[in-house]
Write a protein that binds this ligand. Structure first.
Ligand code: NAI
Length: 740
């Protein structure tokens, strides 16, 4: 069954997200609501959304809008009708009646409900209608969240459900997990329980919200919003509704009930408009003081706000055992939360699914956890877990495991998909070498390098792994959210603070040598980026021979924001790319001026479609919707390049002083208009020096090494400058750029 046209009914948060994502997949879609005014406003919101819901904003008008009275005829032509109206059964029932009276034979009808059982949704349908009805539960924001839960009913035509699953995997790029009709399905049942446990325990153990978020975060492989930050992000009122529906749907003896009770402080926040980021604030709030914004955190005991304190647990990588074995309140909290999550998730097998692996993958795709509860158990070690855990009577999964004590209980990963993913391949590959920042795997006749640091920030060790791995065809890829946010700034600042600039220089030189080795390797090098691919991360990607990019990529050279210039070949590669444009054939200064503008403003692109006009990505680079397919696609590139010929070195002609003066003019204007300040001027001049070719003229031929040298010299002058260091320190502590 082919899906060529879709109608989405309900243009709120979810309906508009789903319509936008269908548009991303070039599927004609119509968005209907009570009035055309509502759906038109929804389309405007899509257009303005940040982060953008659309991969290509110029396609916004491919989303047709209308209302359910005048435009219901569109349903007659649709192959799939998605209902995403408010969570009210009476309204949903009315809509289904109307849909089934109008849809063409065999068209799929699905609901995006997050809490109403399919049995109730479909209670008024005939068996014939039920055959084509299911739940397709997308997560918010639809473009970015990987999970799609598909819930069947007993009458379903399974072939059709499977073709919908394949469509959602291949065209929409979702990790589609088929699950049973149980409250909250897989992701929310375990994810919301986990949040409630983390919150309840924080109250009980008298932790501050910053402490709880620091523990229930990076060390556990959970996004840094932790629990209270996530509550604010989702909306405290929405969470309260979700909990009410769990309380209603779940049996009284379900352990969820114990952590779902209304908390007085939460009620008080909602009643006073503190519904989270969309409201006046939530557990955290921003206080504006003249020109300054101060982040405040609530005191769970008193309900008062005070300036938020950063908690540094000194754990940079996901490390369960270190955190649960700490002999302090953090260790105690971590163990209490993790053990309860493992106990609860395992108690649901086989009740909500007989494949425990699906629960783990739902947590990865729907909550961005680095590992699910069962992988957590594996990582703690079966024996260790049972030595420490209290009672688990009636939990069949744990009872069996406690007898077998099988450390290898886990088996294969990602069994929900046929795609040969990186996650499936890793356990079959040989781990050749591992340092604190990266790991090299050998699979058949090629290598894989996976960065392993926070946000995959790069340092000497990451470069070391890349360099060593070029003895075979190489794929640079990882399972974490970001390809790489760039060079590790705290690593660089540590040296700067000791005045050890020699070590910084050595590192940057090594970075350049490594990138050069990637570019001129005897064997093909493929980068498979997803998420942040910034600064040094971009330089690694751009100096690989091939790129297979995920459509959710944020790419660019942002060094000037922290008072630096790209020095790992970023300036060089951008110059080279732009020098091959038509305009450059006529005007030698075209490329340097264009690159000066792109790097100077630290421009980023949030999709391949935005990246190509900047030449951050090229038309030949592959663009892939499903993140799971990045690995097989990269592997295909290696297979297709058995007779790979290494690159030949490129050379440059730049006009030196004459183009530099044009750049200085631009800088002066920006300075006079107060868009840049003193240090902006200094950084701009250094960038101009690199991009103009330094002390050269239009007759002279410059090698790549010449440009690398210019990059390095400018970088070193800037890193030694106190104002650059101020910028870096500011960005490290606030996440924002400093204008000085
Ligand atoms: P919303 O409140 O943002 O939007 C609902 C939309 O439905 C509104 O635009 C409203 O005008 C429209 N509507 C109401 N009655 C209608 C009718 N008779 N015909 C056509 N349109 C009608 O709701 P949201 O958040 O988008 O939720 C939609 C569905 O998705 C709900 O079933 C919800 O449980 C589910 N869901 C929500 C998630 C979220 O994060 N917001 C996540 C996953 C599922």
């Amino acid at each position: 069954m082919e899906i060529k046209k879709v109608v989405v009914i309900g243009s709120g948060t979810m309906g508009s997200g789903i319509a936008a994502h269908l548009c991303n997949a070039d599927v004609p879609v119509t968005l209907l609501d009570l009035t055309t005014d509502i759906s038109t406003k929804a389309r405007d919101r899509i257009h303005k959304s940040r982060p953008p819901l659309l991969i290509d904003k110029s396609k916004i008008n491919n989303i047709k809008v209308g209302n359910i009275n005048d435009n219901f005829d569109t349903v007659k032509e649709a192959d799939w009708i998605v209902e995403a109206v408010v969570e009210r059964i009476d309204i949903k029932h009315q809509i289904y009646k109307k849909i089934f009276n109008n849809r063409k034979d065999g068209a799929i009808v699905s609901s995006n409900t997050s809490s109403i059982p399919i049995k109730i949704l479909s209670e008024n349908m005939t068996d014939e209608q039920k055959k084509d009805f299911c739940i397709t539960h997308f997560f918010n924001p639809v473009r970015y969240m990987g999970l799609l839960e598909i819930v069947k009913n007993e009458n379903n035509d399974l072939k059709k459900i499977n073709s919908l699953k394949v469509f959602c995997e291949n065209e929409l790029g979702k990790g589609a997990i088929v699950c049973n009709d149980t409250p909250g399905f897989l992701g929310n049942r375990v994810g919301v329980y986990a949040m409630q446990v983390a919150m309840t325990e924080a109250f009980k153990m008298k932790l501050t919200i910053e402490e709880a978020d620091a523990v229930f975060g990076r060390p556990m492989g959970i996004p840094k919003t932790g629990v209270f930050g996530l509550y604010d992000l989702i909306g405290i009122d929405l969470m309260a509704d979700v909990l009410k529906s769990f309380v209603k749907e779940l049996p009284e003896k379900d352990k969820f009930q114990q952590v779902a009770k209304e908390i007085p402080l939460v009620k008080k926040l909602i009643d006073s408009g503190y519904t989270g980021r969309k409201g006046k604030g939530g557990f955290y709030r921003m206080k504006k003081l003249e020109n300054q914004k101060i982040l405040e955190a609530i005191n769970l005991q008193t309900g008062e706000y005070s300036e938020s304190k950063k908690i540094d647990l000194k754990i940079d990588t996901v490390d369960l055992n270190t955190i649960i074995n700490r002999k302090d309140k953090y260790g105690e909290y971590a163990w209490s939360v993790i053990s309860q999550i493992i106990k609860y998730a395992s108690s649901l097998v086989p009740g909500i699914t007989n494949k425990f692996n699906d629960i783990d993958e739902a947590m990865r795709l729907g909550f961005n956890w680095a590992m699910g509860p069962f992988e957590m158990l594996k990582s703690i070690g079966v024996k260790n877990f049972f030595n420490r855990v209290d009672e688990f009577k009636g939990n069949k999964f744990l009872e069996e495991l406690s007898v077998k004590k099988d450390e290898n209980f886990y088996g294969e990963r990602q069994i929900y998909t046929e795609i040969e993913t990186l996650g499936k391949m890793k356990p079959k590959a040989l781990s050749l070498e591992k340092n604190k920042s990266a790991e090299i795997y050998r699979f058949k006749d090629f290598n894989i390098v996976e960065f392993t640091t926070k946000a995959c920030a790069l340092d000497y060790d990451s470069m070391d792994s890349l360099k060593k791995a070029t003895d075979k065809p190489l794929i640079i890829i990882n399972e974490s959210m970001q390809f790489s946010a760039g060079v590790n700034l705290s690593y660089t600042m540590d040296f700067a603070e000791k005045g050890d600039y020699k070590s910084i220089e050595k590192f940057i030189k090594y970075f350049q040598d490594t990138c050069k080795q990637l570019k001129y390797s005897k064997f093909p090098v493929v980068s498979a980026p997803s998420g942040l691919t910034l600064g040094g991360g971009f330089e690694v990607m751009v100096q690989s021979n091939f790129v297979t990019s995920h459509t959710n990529i944020v790419v660019g050279l942002v060094e000037t924001m922290v008072g630096l210039v790209p020095a790992g070949g970023g300036c060089k590669e951008m110059l080279w790319r732009w020098s091959k444009s038509e305009e450059s054939k006529k005007d030698l200064d075209f490329a340097p001026l264009k690159v000066f503008e792109i790097i100077g403003y630290g421009k980023t692109a949030s999709s391949p479609v935005e990246a190509e006009p900047l030449k951050y990505l090229l038309p030949a680079d592959k663009k892939i919707m499903n993140r799971n397919s990045l690995f097989p696609e990269a592997k295909k590139v290696i297979d297709e390049n058995k007779n790979f010929k290494p690159n030949t070195e490129c050379t440059f002609k730049l006009s030196g002083k004459s183009v530099r003066e044009k750049m200085f003019k631009t800088l002066e204007k920006l300075y006079n208009d107060k868009i840049i300040l003193d240090h902006g001027m200094t950084v701009g001049k250094e960038l101009a020096n690199v991009l103009s070719g330094g002390d050269t003229n239009s007759e002279k031929i410059l090698t790549e090494d010449d440009i690398y040298k210019l990059e390095l010299d400018s970088f070193m002058r800037l890193i030694e400058n106190k104002k650059t260091q101020d910028r870096i320190k500011h960005t490290l502590s606030t996440g924002k750029p400093l204008v000085n």
